[in-house]
Design a protein around this ligand. Structure first.
Ligand SMILES: [Zn+2]
Length: 384
């Protein structure tokens, strides 16, 4: 595919793309609102079928996810989520609107514009007969860390040579190749209750022990290395004059590599060894999201996307993020992934969320060009 032809094609489609975006934004699809999720799939699924995709819906407690496959062995995975963080009624209260160069509405950039981009990128690939090796996963629970769809990613990502997540970008010249991993740890300390005035020597303060642990955990933060530890919630004790028997903490962990995440968990368990006999300390939880590590395969994939970008006059840089996305899960499944290939916007998860309309065409062209090069390579490999 030629870069100028793609830019022209998406420019012709832009009006239609905004029309589809308006339709999607005006359907509430906050995570768990299954009726909204289904209504959105009812719009997207026929479009994929029309292009020759076989589609399957996978029911879940928060609404169905969709997996769609071209007619041949899947080689490139495209992924996006259709859930938002906004409650039912938001779309009615502040529906899709365009003001100047920006579009507004719930989920407009995170990530309904990315979903629209994905659909039209597939259409552009199909126009060249390049879509047969494409697999699509659309999930409905990304905003709550994909508890129901992560098994789908683990099952349907492997085998693909590359993956693209259509999350929004912060700048037209960026894609994301590093996202930190996340851990969620709960610490429960049991000491021994006693009267704080009459018999303090009989007590063993769970709060005191948790305070020691809290200070030690915060010492593990190493920002240069991409590690942060935050004891976000603490509770404990029952009354002012009672030596507290119980104390609890909820801890958030961020780390740039899986090895660092594992080492961090090991250190936490060591720190949580009782400082005195009589304490019982339970550590539960662990890594909930593996990091998207900037490994060599991802660097290589980025170089290909960067080359496509140059043909379109974009000098792409690799962005990193402390936030997670489904790209973390795809990377953990062993598939090189480029994230934030969608259009540009800002203020996600807020009433001021916006999409830069002028980014729709160049970003869709970027995705289509990069993916078409990979697929053309696959088609050649399959033929030889
Ligand atoms: Zn998102």
């Amino acid at each position: 595919m030629q870069s100028q032809a793609l830019l022209d094609q998406f420019a012709r489609w832009q009006g239609e793309m905004l029309g589809l975006l308006e339709q999607l934004v005006n359907i509430d699809s906050g995570t768990g609102h299954a009726a909204g999720i289904e209504a959105i799939l009812d719009i997207l699924e026929p479009r994929l079928k029309e292009l020759g995709f076989t589609t399957r819906r996978f029911p879940s407690p928060v609404g169905p996810h969709l997996v769609a496959d071209g007619s041949r062995e899947p080689r490139v995975l495209l992924m996006g989520h259709i859930d938002t963080v906004f409650p039912v009624g938001t779309a009615a209260r502040r529906p899709f609107r365009v003001e100047g160069h920006r579009a507004y509405g719930p989920g407009v950039m995170d990530m309904k514009a990315g979903i629209v981009s994905m659909v039209y990128v597939i259409r552009a690939l199909a126009a060249q007969g390049l879509h047969q090796h494409v697999r699509v996963i659309i999930n409905a629970d990304e905003e709550i860390s994909s508890p129901h769809s992560r098994a789908l990613v683990a099952e349907y990502a492997p085998g693909c040579r590359a993956a693209f997540v259509f999350e929004p970008a912060r700048s037209i010249q960026e894609v994301t190749t590093l996202r930190k991993g996340v851990g969620d740890v709960t610490i429960a300390v049991k000491g021994r209750a006693a009267h704080a005035g009459a018999a303090p020597q009989d007590g063993l303060s769970a709060v005191q022990e948790l305070a020691r642990i809290t200070l030690a955990l915060h010492e593990l933060t190493d920002l240069e290395r991409g590690i942060s530890v935050n004891v976000g919630v603490v509770s404990g004790g029952t009354a002012r004059n009672v030596v507290p028997e119980h104390a609890h903490a909820r801890v958030d962990l961020r780390f740039a590599t899986k090895a660092d995440g594992e080492a961090l968990m090991q250190r936490i368990r060591e720190i949580c060894a009782p400082s005195r006999p009589g304490y019982e300390i339970e550590v539960t939880g662990g890594m909930t999201r593996p990091p998207l590590e900037r490994r060599a395969e991802i660097e290589a994939l980025f170089a290909q996307v960067q080359a496509a970008g140059r043909e379109l006059g974009l000098e792409l840089a690799q962005a990193s993020s402390g936030g997670v996305s489904d790209a973390n899960l795809i990377a953990d499944a062993g598939v090189p992934v480029i994230d934030s290939i969608g259009p540009v916007g800002g203020k996600a998860h807020s009433d001021d969320e916006y999409l830069e309309i002028d980014s729709i065409v160049p970003r869709a062209a970027l995705a289509a060009l990069a993916i078409s090069r990979l697929l053309a390579h696959e088609a050649k490999a399959a033929a030889s």
